[in-house]
Ligand binder design. Structure first.
Ligand code: NAP
Length: 336
């Protein structure tokens, strides 16, 4: 079976996902495109999907009976309305993060999905599909290192543009840790705090960089995440889990070790797209498989909501300097 996919938003990640569907993944083809900028769609049609139809209105794309499932890869503030329209049309939807820009927006989606009685939404958090994180979770779940007590994590980018602001360290960057660490520990967040070490001279004047986010989970584990987006040396994701009887670390990406010029070295990636490229493939193939089987797995609308609530608390903690509680609604039975 081949499913027909419609894509709303054909910018950077939309284009990448269309390339994936057209050349890497199985059982899916892109048949419909929409973007606020029609030229973006035309370029994709010319280069990747000659048979795809361009829609001037995203809602018409969603409601086209030919479209079996939708990818929402437009600008974040547009996601909520498009996902709600997909739910209303009874169509499976893969929505890039954020599910919505506010926790209330995510809750609106959760409530709409529950009303249909069918899980239709998958959120584009790709780290649970990364082989390294999966291997790390397998070790934790096996009990080999005992109960997790502390996590030391880092999310480092070589540099960011001038438009990157202090809160984006949470909403654009940390958001991936907020999702994957909940999944890794099978736990929720209880409180957060953000502290700012000495600022790097490489950051723009309006950006506080680096930052350290301290999270406490409901089970009492303590997590520190360093976010350092002008670290200069590479794109580097670290995660070390300290358990009662051992330590487990996220594996480094595969890199050939060289001995040369009196140095033993391996390469560190600089491009975030390459770090999780396999995970994006696995994530989107899982969505396609879910549409075919009729059963959604993977990051749900509830996970999108949980990440948004924690992110809101972190942004509040950035300004107040206080420990901020993470107050989630009770998890509906629908998502258990
Ligand atoms: P982008 O390059 O700016 O692409 C977004 C596209 O959506 C642009 O072509 C934009 O057109 C279009 N658009 C904006 N409003 C629209 C509307 N109302 N209807 C239809 N199209 C609209 O951004 P991106 O980097 O691809 O990011 C898109 C989303 O994916 C963001 O939410 C981002 O956070 C997420 N993302 C996730 C990951 C990940 O690791 N999971 C990585 C990258 C991005 P204009 O350019 O004309 O505004």
């Amino acid at each position: 079976m081949t499913i027909n996919i419609g894509v709303i938003g054909t910018g950077a990640i939309g284009r990448e996902h269309i390339r994936r569907c057209s050349t890497v993944l199985q059982n899916a083809r892109v048949v419909a495109l929409n973007d606020i900028n029609r030229d973006n769609c035309q370029q994709i049609v010319n280069e990747l999907t000659p048979e795809a139809r361009i829609y001037d209105d995203a809602i018409d794309l969603i409601n086209d009976p030919q479209v079996n499932a939708v990818l929402v890869t437009s600008w974040g503030p547009t996601h909520e309305a498009f996902v709600l329209a997909c739910i209303e049309a009874g169509k499976a939807v893969f929505c890039e993060k954020p599910l919505a820009v506010t926790a209330q927006g995510c809750m609106n989606i959760v409530e709409a999905e529950i009303k249909t009685g069918r899980q239709l939404v998958q959120v584009g958090f790709m780290r649970p599909y990364d082989s390294g994180y999966r291997a790390l979770k397998a070790v934790i779940d096996s009990g080999e290192i005992g109960e997790p007590l502390m996590l030391h994590c880092a999310h480092r980018n070589p540099e960011v543009g001038d438009s990157y602001t202090t809160d984006m360290a949470i909403t654009d960057t940390l958001i991936h840790e907020l999702d994957v660490l909940r999944w890794l520990l099978n736990d929720d967040y209880a409180s957060v705090q953000v502290i700012f070490p000495r600022k790097t001279r490489k950051a723009s004047s309006h950006l506080r960089d680096p930052q350290i986010v301290l999270l406490e989970t409901a089970k009492g584990a303590r997590i520190d995440v360093e976010i350092f987006v002008n670290c200069e040396y590479g794109y580097d994701i670290q995660c070390e889990v300290v358990g009662e009887s051992g330590i487990a670390r996220l594996p480094e990406p595969v890199s050939v070790q060289t001995r040369s010029a009196a140095k033993l070295s391996t390469t560190i990636l600089t491009d975030w797209k390459k770090r999780f490229i396999d995970a994006y493939d696995v994530e989107l193939q899982a969505f396609i498989n879910n549409v075919i089987s009729g059963e959604m797995t993977g990051p749900s609308a509830w996970d999108g909501y949980a990440a948004a609530v924690a992110a809101d608390a972190c942004v509040a903690a950035q300004t107040s300097g206080e420990i901020v509680p993470v107050k989630m609604a009770d998890k509906p039975a629908f998502y258990r």
